[in-house]
Design a binder for this molecule. Structure first.
Ligand code: IMP
Length: 214
């Protein structure tokens, strides 16, 4: 495992919601983080079949373009009744013909698919959010960290916090959706804590312990 010695890195993402969350998580550790969007890097095509492959594609592209270590996140929602869909295609389900993203539409698509399967009770609507973080160096070395959080899909959507599919995901053991939680509640982690809640914070905790020794 390679340690991260620099305090400057690139957040290899063009997704504003993810960039905000990664900055929230990395900020308290004293990092200066520019995003691939701030640096006008081209968004690489996500041609992988797994979260790990796509995270690696994104982190390596930013590390090579910047000459700095780069941290990416590839994530998605895997719903049991849909055989793990939308999974690595979670962002694609929100894509409109003009290339823009519409998450209200994506959440409706999920709900329609669940109804078609007759999945109307919480037990039939179990799902997990997955986040794979990849830390890549310009020389091509990569480290990968996976976090998952179990829960179920609710309908109608609840809450306006967060991003993406947050309003329809209720983590196990909680009465609120991610969309109804503050960022601090959703992460459920700060440096030194033993537990984290969100998939991204769980992956981030592994990254911090492994590459930063926190
Ligand atoms: P990708 O990793 O860029 O392929 O996109 C992952 C997609 O999964 C995002 O566009 C979001 O829609 C969704 N997603 C990932 N993490 C979260 C989260 O924490 N909350 C809500 N949606 C998420």
């Amino acid at each position: 495992m390679r340690k991260l010695l620099d305090k400057t890195l690139v957040v290899a993402s063009h997704n504003a919601g993810k960039i905000r969350e990664i900055r929230d998580l990395i900020g308290p550790l004293g990092f200066e983080a520019k995003s691939a969007a701030d640096l006008d890097f081209i968004e690489p095509e996500e041609t992988g079949a797994t979260f790990e492959e796509n995270a690696t594609i994104k982190a390596l592209a930013s590390a090579r373009a910047s000459g700095l270590p780069a941290l990416s996140d590839d994530s998605g929602l895997a719903i049991d009744a849909l055989g793990g869909a939308p999974g690595v295609y979670t962002a694609n389900w929100a894509e409109r013909e003009d290339g823009s993203r519409d998450f209200a539409m994506a959440m409706e698509k999920v709900e329609k698919a669940l109804r078609e399967k007759g999945a109307t009770t919480p037990e039939r609507r179990t799902a997990r959010f997955v986040s794979v973080l990849c830390l890549a160096w310009p020389d091509g070395h990569v480290e990968l960290f996976r976090g998952e959080v179990e829960g179920h899909v609710v309908w109608p959507p609840r809450g306006t916090s967060g991003f993406g599919y947050d309003p329809v995901f209720q983590p196990e053991g909680y009465a609120t959706t991610f969309g109804e939680m503050s960022a601090e509640e959703k992460h459920g982690w700060k440096p030194g804590d033993r537990e984290a809640l969100s998939h991204r914070a769980r992956a981030f905790k592994l990254f911090a312990e492994t590459c930063l020794g926190t």
